[in-house]
Ligand binder design. Sequence first.
Ligand code: NAP
Length: 260
Amino acid sequence: MINLTGKIALITGGSRGLGRATAHCLAQAGADIAILDIDDQAATTVEEVKALGRRATFQHTDVSDNAAVREAVASVEQELGPIDILVNNAGIVKNIAPISRMTQEAWQRELGINLSGPFNLIQAIAPGMAERGWGRIVNISSAAARGGLYNQAGYAATKAGLLGLTQNVTLEYAGKGVTCNAILPGIIGTENVMAMPQEIFDQAVRLVPTGRVGKPAEVANLIAFLCSELAGYINGVDILIDGGAALNTVVLGSRKALKS
Ligand code: NAP
């Protein structure tokens, strides 16, 4: 059974979507929760966690700012205690353009949030985990890390970069009781995804053999497992959670064969 009683978990980007679902799930498993986000709506998630009987706090922090992250982590540790679990979830998908027209500003901002953000959090938190001999780090990458995403070079590159970071954290910290793994979600029914134009949404769902988008709670359950004692020997890996979408060529191929 997943039991996180007594653990303190820091989740970035917890105002909505996967971060909020993860805060609920880890709190239900017994963890106290800290959220770092630039959206003050995260205060609502904090209230929801407190209603579950857990301690919770929110720091308005831009994860791309190394100094601000260090300050926020110090405040969280003063308020709740040493951080045992880090979920690097905050990320943006706003930079949509062909490479020839992608601006330097948009490219750098995406690198800053999606890749330097997790690095900043790991740099601030992992050494303490190692000193205490226990820690769990989960980096939220994307299925785009493997297959790319048309007109989203920055997104795909940062999410693939996160896999390299995950592997190196494992190499450095595995001997000190710390695990670091990455999750690669496919299409998950967060607020942003459910607001997609219907035609694009339907097209995306057609590529999922399971025939639906994933539920944020389904991703959160996987994160909770990786953060638990049960997952102590899973280290340095990236796990797809996509309803089988990565196999869609096989599915489309079989359908075509049946019709012929
Ligand atoms: P979301 O709904 O956009 O939530 C992300 C949260 O992160 C928002 O509260 C956002 O604040 C915050 N954030 C953005 N920039 C930040 C910064 N610089 N510092 C701190 N917080 C920041 O995202 P989601 O759909 O739940 O996805 C969560 C993660 O899963 C992301 O890393 C995403 O790439 C990954 N993912 C999602 C899916 C999916 O289908 N949803 C699929 C694959 C991977 P603002 O509201 O101010 O932007």
